[in-house]
Design a protein around this ligand. Structure first.
Ligand SMILES: [Zn+2]
Length: 162
């Protein structure tokens, strides 16, 4: 068996790598091999996640997280996170969609900077050029979603996506 060559670094693939398909050009699609090392460099960043928050009839904000199997109360946004959502819900639609990134984003609406861990979650300082700083607590659901307690969040509001 002949091992393919990585089309990026030209090294022979020792393990199964990735395959990149080109856009069709005159109905011809080119296939490229990518070794694991090169794949790590070129793969899309997956630090960006999208979340929808809903203020339900009980007047409490919940993150919409269908994969969550724990108690619903744990999805409630409390201790400042609710205040942040009220601020962002300008038109009082009781729904806010946010893009939340853990790697640096220029011109984000809000940044959350980690202060300290508490009760399985963590306290963050909200920083924004549009709002006065205040502290918010995010519960352990954040660890469930990210696998760790991120140091920073870069948050933008997604308009017209409700
Ligand atoms: Zn390579």
């Amino acid at each position: 068996m002949i091992n393919p060559i990585c089309d990026y670094c030209k090294n022979e693939l020792e393990d199964f790598g990735a395959i990149l398909l080109s856009p069709p050009n005159k109905l011809i699609v080119k296939k490229f091999h990518v070794c694991l090392t090169c794949y790590e460099k070129i793969k899309p960043k997956d630090n960006m996640k999208y979340f929808k928050f809903i203020k339900e009839d009980d007047n409490k904000w919940y993150v919409d997280l269908p994969s969550w199997e724990g108690h619903k109360e744990e999805l409630e946004m409390v201790l400042g996170a609710d205040t942040m959502l009220d601020l962002l819900d300008l038109n009082q639609l009781h729904k806010v969609s946010l893009s939340i990134d853990t790697s640096h984003v220029n011109d984000s609406l809000i940044e959350l900077h980690h202060l300290y861990d508490e009760s399985g979650g963590a306290w963050y300082e909200l920083k924004s050029k549009y709002y006065t700083s205040f502290n918010i607590w995010l519960c352990s659901v954040v660890k469930f979603v990210y696998g760790e307690i991120p140091r920073k969040f870069y948050i933008n509001k997604i308009e017209n996506s409700l």
